[in-house]
Write a protein that binds this ligand. Sequence first.
Ligand code: MSP
Length: 635
Amino acid sequence: MSNFYVTTPIYYVNDAPHIGHAYTTLLADVLARYHRLMDEATFFLTGTDEHGQKVHDAALKAGISPQQHADRTVLRFIELWKRLEVSNDGFIRTTEETHRRVVSEILRDLWERGEIYKGEYSGWYSVREERFYTEKDLVDGMSPEGTPVERVVEENYFFRMSRYQQWLIDYIDEHPEFIQPEFRRNETLGALKQPIRDLCISRPKSRMSWGIELPFDNNYVCYVWFDALVNYISGIGFRGDGEDFDRWWPASYHLIGKDILTTHTIYWPTMLQAIGLPQPRTIFAHGWWLTGEAKMSKSVGNVVDPMAMADRYGVDALRYHLLADMTLGNDASFTEEKFIRRYNADLANDLGNLASRVAKMVERSFDGVLPAPADTGADEQALEKHATAAATEMIDHVLSMSLDRGIARVLETVRETNRYFDRAAPWTLAKKGDLERLGTVLYTAAESLRVVSGLLFPVIPQKMGELRRTLGLPEEKIEPHFSELSKWGGLTPGSRLAPLSGLFPRIKKAKPAREPAAPSTETAPTEVELCEIGDVEKLGLTTAVVLDARPVEDADRLLRLEIDLGTEKRQIVAGIAKQYSPDQLVGRTIVVVANLQPAEIRGVRSNGMLLAAKKGKKLRLLTVDGETPGGWRIS
Ligand code: MSP
């Protein structure tokens, strides 16, 4: 039996947790649950990062001590993980005594061995923001936030990171699994092409005192990242008296967002090498959850609150969406419409309906007692193969970190079972009184549901627990094991099925879950209806030929287009000047929303809107295949 140790970043305790934080933690949770299902000894660690400027400032604002502030705000994370059914084995806070001791011991050891030295630090310091910037961070001589900066030279302590540069390059080259996905590995290798500098690991207390004191100079505290990264080993008993550390280290996975790649793939490995510890097997960086197209951020006001989503749609609906709708490594966009569409299609329609049809028919025709299968034929055998193969394939997807594809594969079995059920037409069998065949069909469908419920249990544990109880499984079998899922025949004929009501009720409307965009625009939430076909018609999507295009004065992003809609000519204003020059547009057939209220943009009348695909700053016009004049309706 091998050991599996998975970690999440420790989150800044001063921030309210949002969907992005929830995602990394749920990803770790789901991986941990799949590894437990494979009977691996598993340890899952998460926690909070409680030192440093940000926490210090937030506490100052609240008029309490940083420790009091952390003690209060940490509860938001603890409560959220409890609510989201997160099965972490450990929760580490960097203000805990054990962690502080381990950091301090590591610092002393590195200092004594000459891995840390005292030197001069110079940089551009913003007094207002109380932080340093490098020369290349500056924008027009100011900080990126627009505050004045001054050159500061001060004495500090440095970790000899640069001495490990070549070692790190070689290590990454020799261990392709070390940084994943591959394009992130290349990103780190790219960064290592330039010489790296030694890492400044101290902050003078005179500037910021909220941190772990350097054991060899009490005028300084430890830089927050140097402290935080150590959580991955202090959280499992490094330098403790037990044997836990040797049991779990090296970690199987450090899961991180792409925003903290450098700290995890350059700082941390070199720190470990200096400490004399082996490297984690894999550092895996996932992409961001975006709100629509934008990065979630408190200052923009587009943060999605996971607690609110769980309250509104249920914990499992949220877990399912986050896990099924993100391809690991890439960014994904969070919209409630998508959330609901996916939930209704996969869970309400496909899985929920199947479960309720099977339970209802067993209730009606067999008084709720699971019948025995009699004459299993080719159809039953095919379904058995489909379902049990899903078990091995799901595990392959877990091991290759393609969870979304694993989930999709299990849903294929659900759909296959629905097709089997429809083909076998059990309602006709019931009418004809063919109870033997009916028993076979119901048992087969229920068996397939048992396998599916076990395979989806790590993703949606509440609902799949409920389904497994409904199927008559005893309490000790509610948590599934791989050995039972890759085999057919786990249900016992004659066992009693529990009644099942509305496992996944259909969601009819998208209700807004976001916090208001900004306090000044705070409005009562409005209900957003899902689109009907008529709504699409209403837009009047139409082809149009661009007759003329020219820049709008004093607006470097805007172009004024004259377009031909077949029956009329119009003027529209479009924000595409950065991506298209006028001569790239004239003569092209584009797609426009024709039924839009006219508007004045920078004093120019715009009567319609063109359509384009957009991601970040990239933009591509929607055009029409073949030679098409203006005035064709898009349907
Ligand atoms: N405290 C540091 C981490 C120290 S680990 C030794 C930190 N904390 S954080 O609160 O800012 O959390 C960052 C992590 O939260 C990201 O790496 C990612 O795992 C998660 N996410 C935050 N926003 C996110 C999205 N919008 N989308 C997906 N995950 C993101 O950095």
